[in-house]
Design a protein around this ligand. Sequence first.
Ligand code: MEV
Length: 426
Amino acid sequence: MKTSRISGFYNMTLEERRAKLADAAGLTPEGLLPFSSGGLSPEAADHMIENVVGLHSLPLGIALNFMVNRRDVLVPMAIEEPSVVAGASFMAKLARAGGGFTATTTDPLMIGQMQVIHVTNLYEAKLKLYEHKAELLAEADSIDPVLKKFGGGARDLEVRVIEDSPIGGFLVVHLIYDVRDAMGANAVNTACERLAPKVEAITGGRVHLRILSNLADRRLARARCTIPVKELAFDHFSGEEVRDGIIAAYAFAAADPYRAATHNKGIMNGVDAVVIATGNDWRAIEAGAHAYAARSGRYTSLSTWGKDADGNLVGTLEMPMAVGIVGGATKVHPAAQAAVKLMGVKTANELAEIIVSVGLAQNMAALRALATEGIQRGHMSLHARQVAIAAGATGDLIEKVAAQMVAEKVVRIDRAEEILKGGVQG
Ligand code: MEV
C-alpha cells in the first residue's frame, strides 16, 4: 500500500476511482474487477445457500485516510447508509494527525460450549473433567490437522456449574480453541461434537448442546487514537468545545443503556460494513459486540472517550472480533477476496485490527456530529440524493435536485417531485 490518502476521490467516476485505488494499493486493476460487478455469480451463489433465485447488492465504498499501526490502509465498506464512509474517512484524517490508530488483538481464541445434563454430582463431575483435561485437549487438538499446521488447536478447558435452572443443575464445558485465520465456527463446532462422547464417559451425564459461543471474549480487538485538540475545531466550534462535547456524549452512553444501544450501533456502522465487505459473518460480530457490552450485567458503551495530559481527545474501543480470512464466504466470494487483497492483510488479526479502528472512527464521527451541529446536517445532502433518485431524478438532475432541497432545508419526496416538474433553479 502506497497511501490511503487520495485527493479528489469523491469527484471521480467509478472507473477512475477503481484505477486510482488499484494504483494506491499497488494492485493491478484486474485485482479489483470483482468490485465493479459485485463479484458473486448467481451460479456461485447457488452453491452457498439454499433456494437461490438471484443476488442482492450493496454499495461498496472505500474509506480513505486510515493509518492503522503506522500502516496506511484503504478500507472497503459495504453499506447502504449514507454518511458512514465519509464519516469514517474524515475521522481517519483527523486521527492521522495524532499518529493514526494503534490496534492490538488477543490470540484468536474461540470458545466452544458443551452443555452436560443429567449429571448426578455436578462438583464431582467438574473435577473429573479437569483431571482428564490433558487427554481431552489432546483429542480436540488432533481434529483439525490444517489448523494445527498453522499453529492453531485446542488451548484450554474450563468447566462451569449452573446450579439452578428450569431443568435443574447442569455443567457447561468451555473448549478454548485457537482458530488462527479462520472465523472458527466450523473448527470449534466439530471439536465440541467430537469431544462429547468422552465428556459423557467422564461425567456420566449427557452432552446436549455442542456449539461455539458468539460471546468471543477471548478473541478481542482493541484500538485507540489520539486527536490533537486543535484538529477538532471547525466552523464556530473550538477544539476544546468539540472534545468536551464528545466526552459528554460518551458519558451519556456509559451511563444509559438506551443511549448505549445507539452509540454502539454507530460503532457497528463501521464494523459491520468492513465485516460484510470481507465476506464475514456480521450476525456473529453483532451478537458478540452487544453481549460484550452487557458483560458487567448492565449494557454500556463499547468505547471510551476522554482526554490526555495535553488536553487531546483520546478514544478507545475494545470488542470481540471473530473474523476470518480463510474459509466460508471469505474464500468463495470474489469481492470479499478483493477486499482482503486491497487491505493487504495477511492474518485474521490484522483484519480485526483494521475493523476495530474503523469502529472507533465511526463512533467519533457520530459523536462529533451529535455534539455539535447535530446529525441531520451531514446526512442531509446524501439523503437528499437518495430522495431525488426516489422521485425519479437521473443523471445530473440528481445532484441539482438534491442541492436545491438542501438549500431550501426541505428534503422530501414531494418537494423533489415538484422541483423535477417545475425545472431546477439556477
Ligand atoms: C446512525 O446510523 C448512527 C448514530 O445514531 C450513532 C450515534 O447516535 O452515536 C448517529
